[in-house]
Design a binder for this molecule. Structure first.
Ligand code: NDP
Length: 476
């Protein structure tokens, strides 16, 4: 597989390659070029050259192209989903959801073409002002490996609709589906240079993109440490930044909740994509009155989850994306026991058996008896480990929920409107769900507070973040 620069495949300037390994089998899926600084420069130059003509098209023309690309993503969704499972590990039905979700995002942006409007301001005798929104220029997107196809949609849709051109750097462990989708944009008729994908390491290709003087904005999703490094690197040249840095979402189940529905919500919320989701349920708080019943049901269901190769129909949970991610989770679990910070209720080890030996499989894990100041409640646990705590009343639950430094999502499971109001008002989060968790439709803004990052993706908010105002002052 090659990089896509200027709408054409390019083998890269360097001779180095990155091997993309199937996380379920340890087999080589494909190799991609380890892009160099020169490759990034070539991609930015190509995006810069394409910017003039692309930004002069009407938003409706750009929207039509996004719509055509979405059609092709839908046409090829089975092959794309299979490739995604082979490089990322998730069960095939989750991969199909993700690919269709990407098409849905592109269709959403196609459907709002022409709607983001400017303002007209009357200043009486002094004149009238027309406030327009103009694109920023060449933008950079840096993508993680957990949901690479959805996150590509979140960045490409609004950036291109607004008239920017884009250089995208995928994650080194899951770049292949991103490259295929970029190829579909070319097939849809996107002019050369509008969307460029450069594969390569974060340290070389990623940092070259972040530091390039012609790149006006970086949109990054990933680790907080990387996010801070990117902020440092862009700081001096005042590039715009969107940083989506993960979360430690609490799920609060009140005594009046529908327990069966909430158990399903907790399982999907934590074990979807093997727990590698920024808005996954990372801390589960149960009201004391329903805790016993809830835990009985939850434990049985978690122990029944079928872990295996995502390509095998009926698999509920695939492997972790890389050996490094599996080892991170193993360390977290080891430290829980070593530091007396909880009791493993089920799971807590890699999946035994010959067929699992070459993959990065880890058992779905529940942890009880967790003290309020335990490390696993503060840090983002990016894998299938769910700490469960109990609480006596809503005020305590909110106080515990707000102990984390993150503030991405949070959910409350209840039938009582007053509880919803109280929770929504006081919990630190960018999105608050009631009786569900995880759903992020493209129509509504997404992003968090504090350690979860800065800026918003999705909806008209994303259009704002890829444009700036330009005012015409008419002095009559
Ligand atoms: P990273 O933040 O390192 O990776 C995300 C993207 O950033 C990848 O494309 C990566 O490239 C790139 N990158 C890495 N270093 C730099 C750099 N210095 N400059 C520019 N780009 C860079 O995440 P990890 O893969 O290391 O995951 C570690 C942890 O991060 C997870 O356990 C989880 O806690 C968190 N995470 C959160 C995500 C979220 O959705 N919020 C998503 C992914 C991770 P490359 O792949 O080549 O390293």
């Amino acid at each position: 597989m090659e990089m896509l620069i200027n709408g054409k495949a390019d083998a890269g300037n360097g001779s180095a390659w990155i091997e993309v390994i199937n996380p379920a089998t340890g087999e080589l899926v494909e190799r991609v070029p380890a892009g160099s600084k020169d490759d990034v420069n070539a991609a930015v130059e190509s995006a810069d050259l394409a910017f003039g003509a692309w930004s002069e098209k009407t938003m409706r023309e750009r929207g039509l192209l996004l719509g055509r690309a979405a059609e092709l993503v839908r046409r090829d969704h089975k092959q794309l989903a299979e490739l995604l499972t082979r490089e990322q590990g998730k069960p095939i039905r989750e991969a199909i959801d993700e690919v269709r979700g990407c098409a849905n995002i592109l269709e959403y942006y196609a459907s709002i073409a022409g709607k983001p409007a400017g303002e007209a301001v009357s200043l009486g005798k002094a004149g009238d002002c027309l406030v327009t929104r103009v694109p920023l220029g060449v933008c950079g997107a840096i993508i993680p490996w957990n949901m690479p196809v959805i996150i590509m949609g979140w960045k490409v849709g609004p950036a291109l609709l607004s008239g920017n051109t884009l250089v995208l750097k995928p994650a080194s462990t899951a770049p292949l589906t991103n490259l295929k989708i970029a190829g579909l944009f070319s097939e849809a008729g996107l002019p050369a240079g509008v969307l460029n994908v450069v594969t390569g390491s974060g340290e070389i290709a990623g940092e070259a993109l972040v530091q390039h003087k012609r790149v006006k904005k970086i949109s990054f999703t990933g680790n907080g440490i990387t996010g801070r490094r990117i902020r440092e690197l862009t700081g001096n040249r005042l590039a715009a930044l969107t940083l989506e840095l993960g979360g430690s979402d609490p799920m609060i189940v009140m005594a009046d909740a529908d327990v069966k529905k909430a158990v399903e919500g907790a399982i999907r919320g934590r074990f979807y994509n093997a727990g590698q989701v920024c808005t996954a349920v990372k801390r589960l708080y149960l009201h004391e009155k329903i805790a016993e019943e809830f835990m009985r049901e939850l434990t049985t269901k978690v122990e029944g989850l079928k872990v295996g190769n995502g390509l095998v129909p009926g698999t509920d949970m695939g492997p972790l994306n890389s050996p490094a991610q599996r080892d991170r989770i193993a360390t977290v679990v080891h430290e829980i026991t070593a530091n007396d910070e909880g009791k493993i209720l089920t799971g807590g080890c890699p999946v035994p058996g010959k067929e699992y030996e070459r993959g990065n499989f880890y058992k779905p894990t529940l942890v009880g008896d967790v003290p309020p100041d335990a490390a696993l409640l503060k840090n983002e646990i990016f894998g299938p480990v769910l700490p469960v705590m109990t609480f006596p009343d809503l005020a305590t639950a909110i106080a515990e929920a707000n102990r984390s430094l993150y503030g991405l999502g949070a959910s409350v499971w209840t039938r009582d409107l007053a509880t919803v109001k109280e929770f929504f008002t006081h919990v630190h989060a960018g999105i608050v769900w009631v009786n569900r968790h995880l759903t992020l439709p493209p129509e509504v803004p997404f992003g968090g507070t504090e350690e979860s990052g800065i800026g918003r993706e999705n909806g008209f908010h994303a259009i704002d973040s890829y444009t700036q105002t330009k005012t015409l002052f008419l002095g009559w």
